[in-house]
Design a binder for this molecule. Structure first.
Ligand SMILES: Cc1cc2nc3c(=O)[nH]c(=O)nc-3n(C[C@H](O)[C@H](O)[C@H](O)COP(=O)(O)O)c2cc1C
Length: 300
């Protein structure tokens, strides 16, 4: 008998659906026992998000400052797991506060220590640097990352910005104004994600995870868009400055968050299109770099 724990946090239910679909083949197998753990904050984040709360989550998300979460049951903690499936969303280019809080908690550290981990990302599309931060947290916790699956909104970057704002601020995962596509990971992609569970099951049974990521990648578990890597890296540099500034501004925090809101608007709608055009022109000069980055970020 092998024990698998599926850990996740979700607001809209998207990550729960993804986690359940991936776990399906494991649940159907007599030799595998699957435990689900839904992370719950002591002070829950609102959903839909009031605008002020959405921006207020920025500094602590980005600086990876944990917040208190409810402890899992003793039964859950008493087991030793053969595999952890850690499903997370990205908040501000960083693993979300609930996931980071779990990773930094004593019980989180106990669960993942010396254990193979498959990360499952359900994000808009900008997850590359968040996964680099996740890799670091897993190394610090002595866990072993053996696989990564990244499910995203496949629409054009700016379209998904518009549609996710509609989704996050209204709570409705619907076609904005009746003309925009539905936000989030496509339903078909979520239901097809059981194929990743089949692959994970095979490697879990063989006790060897060395080639797991290659097989996941061969089955489209990860798509890398070079422009998004560039934007992610640039934005991380700017976010570092903003987040450190805002956490120091106790009494004028709300004012500074409003400035950050304006900055973000300008970055998305003015700076990012310029960077995109420059990126297109630079492609012929950096084919090697792009190839190297694609290979690196597809791996674990
Ligand atoms: C505060 C906040 C910040 C977010 N920042 C990012 C981001 O930087 N990159 C990204 O790809 N998605 C981002 N998202 C989208 C989430 O990763 C996720 O796809 C969405 O919130 C749905 O997840 P759920 O299962 O919790 O409902 C953000 C969402 C929220 C609420």
């Amino acid at each position: 008998m092998k024990n698998v724990i599926v850990i996740y946090y979700t607001q809209s239910g998207q990550l729960e659906k993804i986690a359940q679909n991936i776990a399906k083949p494991l649940l159907n197998d007599q030799e595998i026992s699957v435990t689900f753990y839904n992370i719950e904050m002591e002070k829950p984040f609102p959903f839909p998000w009031p605008k002020a709360d959405f921006f207020d989550a920025f500094p602590e998300s980005f600086l990876q400052i944990p917040a208190p979460i409810h402890s899992p049951s003793q039964d859950l903690l008493n087991k030793k797991y053969d595999l952890v499936i850690l499903a997370y969303q990205v908040w501000y280019l960083t693993p979300s506060i609930p996931i980071n809080s779990f990773l930094k908690s004593d019980f989180g550290q106990q669960i993942i220590k010396d254990t193979p981990v498959v990360t499952v990302i359900g994000a808009r599309n900008m997850w590359i640097m968040a996964q680099e931060k996740m890799k670091k947290s897993l190394i610090e916790a002595n866990a072993k990352l053996v696989g990564n699956i990244a499910l995203v909104d496949r629409h054009i970057n700016h379209i998904s910005v518009i549609t996710i704002v509609h989704w996050m601020f209204t709570g409705k995962q619907t076609n904005y104004l009746g003309i925009f596509p539905k936000p989030g990971v496509a339903d078909e992609e979520i239901s097809n994600s059981s194929k990743f569970g089949e692959i994970i099951l095979k490697y879990l049974k063989s006790n060897h995870f060395e080639s797991l990521q290659n097989e996941l990648v061969a089955n489209d578990a990860v798509e890398i868009r070079p422009f998004l890597i560039e934007m992610d890296k640039k934005a991380n540099k700017m976010f570092t400055k903003w987040a450190n500034l805002i956490v120091k501004k106790n009494s004028s925090r709300q004012t500074w968050l409003k400035f950050f809101n304006i900055y973000l608007f300008v970055a998305i709608w003015i700076i990012s299109p310029i960077v995109y055009i420059l990126h297109l022109f630079s492609i012929p000069f950096k084919t090697n770099q792009i190839k190297k980055e694609k290979t690196y970020y597809k791996q674990v």
